[in-house]
Design a binder for this molecule. Structure first.
Ligand code: HEM
Length: 193
């Protein structure tokens, strides 16, 4: 009555072939792949960026209104590599975005320049006008400039206003280091406050 006693295994014993086939079962393989991908993504998000990009140089913050001519020197070619970009009458410190606006970057033409018109018209060009008042831009283009300005405000430190010819710079020396963002988009209004 004994049924094949030589092939029967003890209750706690797993046959080797079955152990390996379970180890490499499709479910386990899929789980392993998922775990490897997740670990890779976590490691890449933690360490990947710093290994690809050199650490941004920590430059002292500057707070200053400038003319177009003064702005021009901050195109990233100076030894400190500072890059300033003006948008809609405001100057931003885009040194953090050197890879975009610094020498050799895809948007290097905006480094040390008023990028408003180029951004508004979706053209990677900048003019050397003494001051571009943007008055000929249509409402859609002006909307676009304002959106770019908001984006720059989010990402970069505000340096000051882009001065029209003859306009006097604001004295920021008394300003708190915890600088309060201007509540208006219009540099003119800000000046009148
Ligand atoms: C085929 C056309 C274009 C493609 C595929 C493209 C693609 C990109 C990409 C991939 C980034 C990087 C985003 C990031 O890593 O944060 C970028 C950034 C940027 N793009 Fe373009 N772009 C194009 C055209 C333009 C044009 C025409 C302008 C303006 C005139 C422009 C202005 C910018 C600016 C200013 C940034 C940097 C924003 C920042 O400071 O973070 N792009 N673009």
């Amino acid at each position: 009555m004994a049924s094949t006693p030589e092939t029967k295994l003890a209750d706690n014993e797993v046959p080797q072939s079955s152990f390996f086939s379970e180890l490499f079962s499709p479910v386990n393989l899929i789980l392993t792949v998922i775990i490897v991908v997740l670990v890779y993504k976590i490691l890449r998000s933690k360490f990947g960026k710093s290994s690809v990009e050199p650490p941004a140089p920590e430059l002292p913050k500057i707070r200053k209104d400038m003319t177009v001519a003064e702005l021009r020197q901050y195109d990233g070619t100076q030894p400190d590599g500072r890059v300033l970009v003006a948008v809609n009458g405001w100057i931003f410190d885009a040194t953090r975005g050197r890879r975009f606006y610094g020498p050799g970057g895809p948007y290097a033409v905006f480094g040390g320049k008023d990028a408003s018109r180029g951004l508004a018209t979706f053209s990677v060009t900048s003019s050397d006008k003494e001051y571009d008042d943007l008055s000929d831009l249509n409402s859609m283009e002006m909307e676009s400039v304002k959106e770019w300005e908001a984006q720059f405000r989010e990402k970069y430190d505000l340096v000051g206003r882009l001065l029209k010819p003859g306009e006097e710079p604001t004295n920021y020396s008394d300003e708190e280091t915890e600088e309060t963002e201007p509540s208006t988009n219009n540099p003119e209004e800000k000046k009148e406050q």
